[in-house]
Design a protein around this ligand. Sequence first.
Ligand code: ADP
Ligand code: MG
Length: 308
Amino acid sequence: GAEGTQSNVPFVGFLKQIFAQAMPGMFGRAQMSTKGGAESDAFVAAPVVAKDRPLLDVGRVVMQFGGLKALGGVDLSVKPGTIHGLIGPNGSGKSTMMNVLTGIYTPTAGEVKFESHSLAGLNSPQIAALGVARTFQNVQLFGELTLTENVLVGLQHAYRSGIFEIALGLPRARADEAVARKRAAAILDFVGLASLANEEARNLPYGKQRLLEIGRALALDPKLLLLDEPAAGLTAPDIKELMSIIRKIRDHGITIILIEHHMDVVMSVCDTITVLDFGEKIAEGKAAEVQANPRVIEAYLGGAAATA
Ligand code: ADP
Ligand code: MG
């Protein structure tokens, strides 16, 4: 489906070869520092955003797939510096909303505004360049690359040097590489993976792969980070660690939209929650308000998640 598969092996092999040729130093494994430091958080950029207006403003968005309306005219306003939960039963349109926000789907109608930009007509890389990063419902990592390399892929945007400068080992390229490696180490430290920097991603336990995916998204210097069910399949201790990292990201000034099935996670970390059902917004507010809303209880909390 649209979410893709975990690792496209021939492509990764190709990617690795290209990097190894162009940036011999970048993919050397010996010289990586695996030690985290107190200064490391500074390498995860704190974005500057206007505080007095929504960071994201979605107006009457419709997403039609043939005869199916996955989103039936949804409004969504996300305040800067908040964790905004997006919940709802399976098939209610949550992932579709993420795909609209990141340019994977072009909405049938409606508008999406990010800061002062309309996202209409922009593709995924253009939207990412404006400061919107995401993780996927199914983990998507380069399994044969190390953790550091996975983060470096996310950091490519930060390079000033062209490929020729890098290949020739010119000073500016070497400086860029050093900065990128430092930042990659800091980001891995930020998500608690510093000690595993030189492991191949495919060898990580599932919960750590999730954290690596978040780290790679942070490498894009996002203003808005979209997380699609990051706690899915995680053990209780992993979920606890994930929650503290999500809060830490928010405290850095990065706004988060969190899709999540674990009600305890949603209710405890989200500042605001929007509830979808059959592609319609049925409730919005703080955790306590949403939990007490009869429409939500009927549509969603009445079932398996009633213990939330
Ligand atoms: P959720 O993430 O809330 O579980 P989705 O957004 O994945 O729900 O799906 C919402 C509805 O849209 C579902 O009925 C799903 O089958 C449908 N849908 C999602 N993506 C597509 C697509 N690319 N083509 C056709 N139908 C889709
Ligand atoms: Mg989904």
